[in-house]
Design a protein around this ligand. Sequence first.
Ligand SMILES: *Cc1c(COP(=O)(O)O)cnc(C)c1O
Length: 446
Amino acid sequence: MATTTVSMTTVLEPLPINALRKRPRKTETAAPSGKRWRIRVGERAKNIRNPIREIMDTVSGKENPAKKLLSLAQGDPTSYPHLRPSTAMVDALQTAVGSGHFNGYQPSQGSLVCREAVARNFSAPGRPALQSKDVFMTFGCSEALSHCIAALAAPGSNMLLPRPGFPLYSVLCEYHGVEVRYYDLLPDCGWQCDIGGIAKLVDENTCALLLNNPSNPCGAVFTREHLVAVLSTAEELGLPVIADEVYADMSFSRPFVACAAATASIPILSVCALSKRWLAPGWRVGWIAVHDADGALAAAGVPETLLKLCQVSLGPAAPIQGAVPEIFSAAPSGCEWHTDILTALEASAQCCMRRCRSIPGLEVASEAQGAMYMMVRLKPNALDLGTDDVLLASKLLEEESVAILPGQCFAAPGFFRVVFAAPEKVLEEAWDRIETFCRRHSLKAS
Ligand SMILES: *Cc1c(COP(=O)(O)O)cnc(C)c1O
């Protein structure tokens, strides 16, 4: 009715174009010249809120000019020169570009040879082998996560996310209209999932359980037993799992077990990328592997929906897709390049944990076992800044020019995250400064 009335008015009393122009309208924006343009931004895009950016804007740009900035904040493994993609990977990419075979559009879900390579390398023991149709190539793991969340985002749904957890999960859930419900990772139990808490969060609108293993920001690697326990809870609840396995095979203390390898039948969307384990985040290649032994995801139309989502962006750059089969065979898990990286990361993690343990006011809640992160807990009643992680991050930068991320970026106040991908020499210097800082701010005379 209302719509009809408005359009009738418009038809009966057309406003002269000048009158329209002079009246300020909600649909217009005034340029600095005063001229009005019909320019506005989309609601969904405008409402994107990334907690890291908001928190970091209050912290950043304030380092001590007398000290060189040392960053333990950036989750980019290539920030320092000792971690680089292998030469075999770079050669594979150059060969693919030079071949001239990869200048055209590829199928939206990715080129066949590329998907076949992912299927071969990411099939899970105890499950039907993945086929090329079960693989969807994406712009990094970020787009893979976005597609998985979008595909399951039925109206009114909610998703279970880890806390502490990677902030992009909640950004994507909000963007796709999915309510966020956090389950806890237990700081004193190896950052394992609070399994008892999971069941309490679930209702008929819960659309998935998101697991991140090895984990950012905790550096935890789940044992097979723990994975089996978490996944059998998901099975009892009838929940599919989104497994963020971008740190697959980046474990130095125990073998990495993929979610799909820990259970035979739970529907799993496993996401991964060349970004971390292959040290090439700038290449922007990731993928979704659909493990659907029961056929439940297919019955619900999930693979079809993933394909539609892939048809929007048409997938990652063709030459990199073309290089993927060679990248997998030239840099397999356990090759010298890969084990050297793990050795370096483990040494870095050990260095960080050793230093952290001898600093007043700080403690390692649970040891880092993989990926390239650890969480440090602020002890209560130990520092003059209390357990305020945002204040600590900002003062540490201001006084010592050391950048870390406050736990609040990961929904974990009272902690901060350290990236241990820097070489040991840099780490030692950063920890020297963190130690000086903590002794200066210690409540007990030291
Ligand atoms: C880095 C990261 C991603 C995103 O990876 P890209 O391939 O760079 O998009 C996803 N999940 C986690 C846990 C990460 O740390």
